[in-house]
Design a protein around this ligand. Sequence first.
Ligand code: PGA
Length: 251
Amino acid sequence: MRRALVAANWKMHGNRIFIQELVSGLIPALSGGVNGVDIVICPPFPYLQMVDSLIKGTEIVLGAQDVGAHESGPYTGEVSASMLADFRVRYVIVGHSERRSLMNECDQHVAEKFVAAQQSGLIPVLCVGETLAERDQGIAGQVVERQLSAVIDQAGVTGFSRAVIAYEPVWAIGTGRSASVEQAQEMHAAIRQLIALQDDEVAQSVQIIYGGSVNPENAPALFAQPDIDGGLIGGASLNADSFVRICQSVS
Ligand code: PGA
């Protein structure tokens, strides 16, 4: 039986006071954990240490929103996986569609980040997903397959035994337009099937979470699907009550 995972991706939002209040709002409901759910919070880099101290002693764990592909060196502005591990970060998002599109991160670069994260003991949360144009062209499955294959080429399929996959259709991110339960389940099942072709054990154990306009209202039906193991939550994770309700809606 797979555990569920719900991760908050705060993106580039917040400041010291906002984040302190947000985490304080989460702790009463989430500090002891929610049955069967891994709860991860991904603040912007400068707030990692602050959030780490606020969640100390709770069941909430720390994640980061990105990681550099290199271990160290002349890469101004980059943050390495070992640096994140040094700050007790356990998970790191790689290949978020905002980075793929705004920062021109290609599949191979995302795969390098995936490998770098694992080499430092972090659990990568690999984001995959198609744009609206790609869905309209009927190539959503091919796009997701290409994104996954790039990682399998570098990490091997067993790389997914220590990773999370987040299916995030680009057209559903921050738009208020979530994928339908059927669309999401269909892609999640296809992803699991793709991995099963190479390793069924890995396919059955990997957590595949959904992201894209998840809110407390649509979360229960999404999370009830057999291949949807939780969510990557953007906008709704900036409100403590919403995020708590989403975590609690895992059945
Ligand atoms: P959203 O973002 O929940 O605001 O759509 C999800 C994400 O980008 O991870």
